[in-house]
Every structure is written in C-alpha cells, then in structure tokens.
Design a protein around this ligand. Structure first.
Ligand code: FES
Ligand SMILES: [Fe+2]
Length: 447
C-alpha cells in the first residue's frame, strides 16, 4: 500500500487557506493513485463508444490503462490492460471489435469475458499445471449512469447511485432528458503541464470567467449576438454554486423554457432552430424530469469527484506535473444533425486543445501548479477564503449551497473531500450525504 503515513490536513475551512504542496509532491501523488483513483467511481467512457457486442474502447482509470468492452453477451466490462504473464499490454489500439485479446509477447490469449483461454505450451511447457482460473484479466466494477460508463477498482465501494447521490438530481438536467438518451463523440486528447486538481477545482470557479476569458467572451458575444458577461452580473446572479458528495455543480435558471441549453455552438443564426428543438422535446423532458428540472433549470459548469470535468471530460493524472485531458462531446441522439454539427464544432472551437476558452485556462493552471515548485512559493498558502461563512443548506437544493454564484465554497469542499479520501482506511470512513431530493418524473439512474 502506497502511503506517506501522514494524516493530510491541507485545507482550513475556517480561513480557506490551502497547502500548495499537494500540487507537486511526488509522494502525495503516488498516494492519490491508491486512495483516490483506486477507490472512487471514475468515468471511463460512454455506452455509445461500444455499441455492438465484442466492441472495445481503450481508456484509463487514473494512470491505469483499461479496456472497456462489451462482451459476447452484451455485458459491459472493464479490464486492466495488462497480461497476467509478464504484464505486457494486450490491447494496443484505441478501439475495435474482438472476441479475444492476444498478448503480442508470448501469445497468452484472453476472451472478452476475462478468461485466459489459450496459451502456447500449456500441456508441454507448463506440464498442464497452470491454474488458468487464477490468471483471469484483472476486472473493475462497472456501472452506468444514463449511458455514461463508470468503473471502480474497489469492490467495497458503495453503488454508483450512492456515490453520485443527489448530484444526479442536477446531472439529469443535462444527461437524462430524453428517452433515447445520448451519444458521445471523441475524445480530443492533449497533455498539459498542470496538476490534475487545478483543472477540477476550476470547473465551478465562476470568479475567473469574466477576467480569464475576457477576450474570448468578446469574440463569442459577437458570434452569439448576446451582451458580454461581466463580474457584476455574476455577483448579482440568482444562479447557484453547490457541492454534493465531492461533486461541484453550478446551476443556472433558464430565462425561457425553450432557451438553448448550450453555450458553445449556438449562434445568432442557429438559435431559432435550437429553440424549436427544445420546444418540441419539452413534453418528453417534463415527463422524465418533472417541470422544475425540465423547464426552469440548467446545469452549468461542474466536476465529478475526482477527475470528471465539464461533462464527459476526463483529467487523467500523468505525474504530479502533467495531466492528459480527454474531451468528449455528449449529444442527445434525437437532436437534428444540423444542431449536432453545430455543437460538435462549438465544442471543439471553445474547448479541447485548440479551444479558445481552453487556452485561456491552461496558462492559469500551469502558473498555479508551478508556484508550488519553489521553496518561496510553498511558504505561502493558496487563498480560497471567498465566501467563508456564507454557505450552508438550502430548502430547495441539495448539498452545500454557496450564498452567491461567485464563491470558493466548492473549491474548499473539494479539497476537504480529497482529505477524506486520503485519510480514510477504506470506504467505511468516507462519508456520503443522505438523499434529500424528490426525483419527479420517470428518469432513472440507468436512463
Ligand atoms: S507477457 Fe503476455 S504472454 Fe507473456
Ligand atoms: Fe475557464
């Protein structure tokens, strides 16, 4: 077991001061792989990436290479991409369709149900004495939420439903609106010289948007034909910034119930087509989610603990000073092709490696990471004090709700959640919030 043997106290909730060493310390990074990425439910893909039996898609759980596949019976499975012989990777491609995975080193061959089915010389070289049953592929637990596939290595972890908790009440607004569900395209992949946590804590940082993204907002405002976002609007906004079970969420109120839910890809020219689509699908969404969630609310930026960022998008750790980002675009299957194309293009133009919003953010996360590399930098804590004492329970929404849309409540609580995972012996020590929301409508965890 990788452990620094330390009890981690990195965030002071009363003052908002954060110890920067967590962004660069290699021992802490190694411990995170075990205690966070070895325990939590991690997003690894989407059912639409493996639609047919025997399809597979290569993904990651933290640093671990993982084969997500649909076996011959249609069951979703996730295996460590490691031959049980010497440990070679058995899958070398990004995706495909195969009933068997054969290792290129000595030829051990596994079925997509995880069995070691064949090896050269079993009778002769091994004298028929090899216990093949003990040499199955290492398998993770898999569950899905509305088509998004999650996996955990920890067989004692709570169900995905409990892990998400009432975050699902809000996630449903984006991912569970229609009977036919969603499909994922991508991912766009790229590597940044940043610690993975800098990107996660940024996901519901509403404070940075009018400053960091000023030039992009001006360009986008012209393209979308809307006034530009200002700090004042954010400070006065009724929108919500809230935290449930480690997941950071922002919630916005729709001005009209046919308003386009997306911000990237909707333009002055295509807005009417989006509105027509939302008008047409409202009765179905209302049957599934109830009127409040279908007509009034919009999920804004969010992250799922530990490394799910901005929807189906992954921040895979690659050492304390490097993160590999995977950006998918998730589209409702029923959406007309013209709108899907607009969203796909918008997503790539604004997010992803050459996205104009993305490039604004990258530079900041790099600076935040690098300040923790120097002796003088580490001497001073990071300040996350905004809104201390101004958050709490809310009668209408789940979790801890900040007093204002612009707050660092979610950031403080993200690092507190990090402490809870890092200091826990096992899942029994990790608290889960009780469910309080009423799930109006027919939508369920599985879609
Ligand atoms: S390492 Fe795979 S067969 Fe030897
Ligand atoms: Fe940003």
């Amino acid at each position: 077991m990788v452990s620094t043997g330390r009890t981690h106290r990195i965030i002071d909730l009363a003052t908002g001061q954060l110890d920067r060493s967590i962004f660069v310390d290699p021992d802490i990074y190694a411990e995170e792989q075990e205690k966070i990425f070895g325990r939590a439910w991690l997003m690894i893909g989407h059912e639409s990436l493996v639609p047919r039996t025997n399809d597979y898609f290569h993904t990651y759980m933290g640093e671990e290479p993982v084969i997500l596949c649909r076996d011959g019976k249609g069951k979703l499975r996730a295996y460590l991409n490691m031959c049980r012989h010497r440990g070679n990777r058995i899958v070398r491609t990004d995706l495909g369709n195969a009933r068997n995975f054969a290792c290129a080193y000595h030829g051990w061959t596994y079925s997509n149900e995880g069995e070691l089915e064949y090896l050269p010389g079993e009778a002769e070289a091994y004298y028929g004495e090899l216990d093949r049953e003990c040499l199955r592929l290492v398998e993770a637990r898999v569950e899905t939420y509305a088509g998004i596939v999650f996996a955990t290595w920890d067989h004692a972890a709570p169900s995905l439903d409990d892990f998400l908790g009432d975050a699902r009440w809000l996630l449903d607004i984006n991912f569970n609106r229609l009977d036919n569900g969603t499909e994922a395209l991508g991912p766009i992949k790229w590597i940044e010289p940043v610690n993975w946590k800098t990107a996660v804590d940024n996901c519901s940082d509403n404070y940075h948007v009018p400053t960091t993204h000023l030039s992009t907002i001006i360009v986008q405002g012209r393209h979308r034909n809307i006034p530009r976002l200002t700090h004042e609007q954010q400070f006065e906004s009724e929108n919500k910034h809230l935290f449930v079970n480690g997941h950071s969420l922002t919630l916005r109120f729709l001005e009209r119930d046919d308003q386009a839910r997306q911000t990237h890809g909707v333009t002055g020219e295509n807005r009417a087509a989006f509105e027509e689509y939302y008008r047409r699908t409202l009765p179905e969404a209302e049957r599934r989610l109830g009127s409040l969630r279908a007509r009034r609310l919009q999920l804004g930026n969010h992250s799922l603990f530990p490394n799910g960022v901005l929807g189906l998008r992954l921040a895979h750790p690659r050492g304390p000073l490097q993160t590999e980002f995977w950006h998918f675009v998730v589209l409702e299957k029923d959406m007309p092709d013209e709108l899907k194309t607009a969203l796909r293009r918008g997503s790539a133009n604004y997010n992803g490696v050459n996205g104009i919003f993305e490039q604004d953010d990258m530079d900041n996360w790099r600076g935040v990471t690098q300040s923790a590399l120097t002796r003088m930098g580490r001497r001073y804590t990071q300040d996350l004090s905004m809104g201390v004492g101004h958050d709490g329970r809310h009668p209408e929404y789940p979790g801890v709700v900040a007093g204002r849309y612009t707050s660092e409540s979610n950031q403080r609580l993200f690092y507190r959640r990090w402490e809870q995972f890092m200091n826990a012996e096992n899942w029994e020590d990790i608290p889960l919030e009780p469910r309080v929301m009423e799930y109006e409508g027919a939508a369920t965890l599985s879609g």
